[in-house]
Design a protein around this ligand. Structure first.
Ligand SMILES: [Zn+2]
Length: 153
């Protein structure tokens, strides 16, 4: 098992939403990903104003689509930090604690904690035991090591 990611390592690795999105893209599609539209490999670049990538042909890829992050207005850095907390604590993380640490509203913290718990439960026995959190609930079933907070983070 990989060594536990320290809080210092975590913030160094995920300083902003762009770094989190890049990690999500890499985990879900990899660097040698071929564009579904034109077939070009590795041509995706980040769109400046949207959490998405585009190919030279104009095809867009949305790494958050089909994950627990989809449709959320909460910053990816907060989601990643929440996942970090869930994967580095033994007894779970109460929504109140998420609210305090992330600076989000209680309903937001409650929703985040619920989605993370449901997803971790769905992955129990495989992903969680390996220290991975599968953030992907969509058609791509690959494990998202977003919170291999013990980490390959
Ligand atoms: Zn393309």
């Amino acid at each position: 098992m990989a060594k536990t990611l320290t809080i210092h390592d975590f913030f160094k690795r995920f300083p902003d939403d762009a770094a989190c999105l890049a990690h999500l893209f890499q985990i879900r599609y990899g660097y040698g990903f071929g564009c579904p539209k034109c077939g070009e490999i590795g041509t995706f670049r980040k769109l400046s104003k949207h959490p998405a990538y585009t190919c030279n042909c104009g095809h867009h890829i949305h790494p958050m689509q089909g994950t627990i992050f989809q449709d959320s207005h909460t910053h990816l850095t907060k989601w990643f930090y929440a996942l970090y907390l869930f994967t580095t604590t033994r007894h779970g993380v109460p929504a109140k604690e998420l609210q305090r640490q992330l600076g989000v509203s209680y309903p937001t913290a409650l929703r985040m904690a619920h989605l993370i718990r449901v997803h971790m439960t769905a992955q129990r026995g495989v992903a969680v035991r390996l220290g991975h959190v599968d953030a992907n609930q969509g058609r791509h079933a690959e494990s998202c090591r977003v919170a291999d907070a013990k980490l390959a983070l």
